[in-house]
Design a protein around this ligand. Sequence first.
Ligand code: SIN
Length: 280
Amino acid sequence: MRVIPFDASLGAEIADIDLASDLDAGTIKKLNDYWAEHLVLCIRGQNLSPQDFIKVGRIFGDPFRQIYGQFNHPDYPEIGLLTHKDSDIAGSGKRKIRGTSWHTDASYFKKPPAGTMLFAITVPNEGGDTEFLSMRAAYKALSEEHKVKLCDLRSIHVYESSRSPRKLIKRSPGQVKEFGEQAKHPIVRTHPKNGQKSIYLNPIRVEKIDGLSRQISDVVLDDLYEHLFQSKFQYRHKWRVGDFLIWDNRGVLHQANDDYDWRNEQRELYRIMVKGERPF
Ligand code: SIN
C-alpha cells in the first residue's frame, strides 16, 4: 500500500490495495490512520459489488442510516444512490441533484456522520467532479487571536438554514419526525483520533451562532465563510469509474457539480455514511 498525498491542502491517493480482498487488521488500522491524517482518501481502480462496498464501509465505522429512503439501493438499503436523474420526490418532483454547494453531511444531527464514502459506477466524460475543502487547513491559517475568539462559540444547525445558498430537497413528514430538527455544535471541532482542530460550519445548515444577535452572528459567519472558501484550501476530484473515495465530515466541506450533459451522459455513485461522535 502506497500513500500519495494530493498536491492540495488535504487528501491522498492510496495505491496498491484491493478493497474487495480480505484486509488484515494492520491494513485496516493504517487506512483509518491515513483517513484521519489526510481527511480525504481516494483508492482508484476498484471492482466492488454492493456487498463489497458495504463490507468496506464497515472498515471505517458503523453504518449511519440513510436519511432519504427514496434514494436507497433497491436491494441494499445500507447504500444510497446518487444519480444524474435524482428528483425531489417529496417536493416539486423535478430533477434535483443533491449537494451542489459547500456542505458537510447531516450536521443537524446531535451525532453527525463521521465520514461519507462514494464508489463510482458510471461517470460522465466531462464534469460531475466533487470538490473538497479542508476546514482543518482553514483553522490552522487563522491568527492565534482569531482562534481564541472562536474557541467557545457554538452554532445552531438546522435542516435548511435561512442562509442556505440553495434550496434543499424536501423531507417527508415522516422523515422530519424521525430525524429531528436541530443541534448545537462547537465552531472549533476536535478530531477524536489525532486532536487536530477544524472550523466546523455548514453553509446550508448553520442558522446562527448561539448567544449572538442575528446581526453580529451574520457578520461573524460571513467573515468565516469568506476565509473558508479560499481556493488554497480546496481540491477538485475528477471521477473515474472504480474510484472509491472517503471523506471526513468533521474536517471537510464538499460540493457536487451538476455541470455535465445529463441528458446524454450518466453519473451513478454508491454512497455510505458512517456514524460519528457528538462534536467536541
Ligand atoms: C454529496 O454527497 O453531497 C454528493 C457528492 C457528489 O455527488 O459529488
